[in-house]
Ligand binder design. Structure first.
Ligand code: ZN
Length: 239
């Protein structure tokens, strides 16, 4: 299975705290733990030509992971169109943290995807609300993160097909922090944690969720539906 980890990769260049936590970038950290599970992983970043997502790469990608934050507007609309087309064709998409405001996520959701936020080094507890789902496999009752950014309801997303995690924050807010959608033949998972100044992607349970999600989101082997004018399967009696 071919996985591309896309990252804006800007905080890593300007913020030493982020660079110290993720010396190879957030994309490099995610790629490294995915390689442990023998996925074929490559990375792509905003400042590469075609944002690292030329046609030949997109065409063969089974699952795309997306982390972006301060430069959503710099993502070329043409690339966003191409990613959307690939999702509708069956490419899986995993949108992380501040990717909730990415052009691709907003386009696929059709809503503002707005939310409340606060940076106050507070505790987050992500409760598993669907323990039978493959993405929550091996996680137990909850994941606890000592310090994270708060995202709070209301989160302006369409009603998820499946809600897998609900977060509680020390300051009192709650948030739908893990949700799935299908768009066309593509499977989408939004997963909240991962603010750049915290070591969230080094947490083993967070890594497990993302690994599980990559497995779940791959639907490249599913049959292609037939559309358009159709011949009847049985002879239709004249009436
Ligand atoms: Zn953040």
């Amino acid at each position: 299975m071919k996985v591309v980890v896309w990252n804006e990769n800007r905080h890593e260049q300007t913020n030493q705290v982020v660079a110290d936590i993720y010396p190879k970038g957030i994309h490099g950290a995610i790629a490294d733990f995915l390689k442990e599970d023998n996925f074929e992983v490559r990375t792509a970043t905003l400042d590469e030509p075609d944002h690292g997502l030329p046609d030949d790469v997109l065409k063969e990608t089974d699952v795309l992971i997306w982390w972006g934050h301060q430069a959503h507007d710099e993502v070329d609309d043409e690339i966003v169109e191409k990613v959307q087309k690939r999702v509708l064709e069956g490419m899986g998409l995993i949108v992380l943290h501040s990717g909730h405001f990415s052009k691709i996520f907003k386009k696929l959701m059709g809503t503002t995807c707005d939310l409340k936020w606060r940076e106050a080094d507070e505790k987050e507890r992500l409760w598993v609300v669907d323990p039978t789902h493959p993405i929550t496999d091996g996680i137990g009752e909850f994941i606890e993160l000592e310090k994270e950014e708060m995202y709070g309801e209301h989160f302006d997303i369409p009603v998820p097909d499946e809600l897998l995690f609900v977060s509680w924050f020390e300051g009192g807010e709650v948030f739908r922090s893990g949700s799935t959608y299908k768009r066309g033949r593509g499977k989408i998972f939004y997963f909240r944690p991962g603010h750049e100044t915290y070591a969230t992607y080094h947490n083993e349970k967070i890594q497990r969720v993302i690994k599980n999600a990559v497995q779940w989101a791959n639907s490249s082997d599913t049959p292609v539906p037939v559309y358009g004018n159709a011949q009847p399967l049985e002879q239709i009696r004249e009436k």
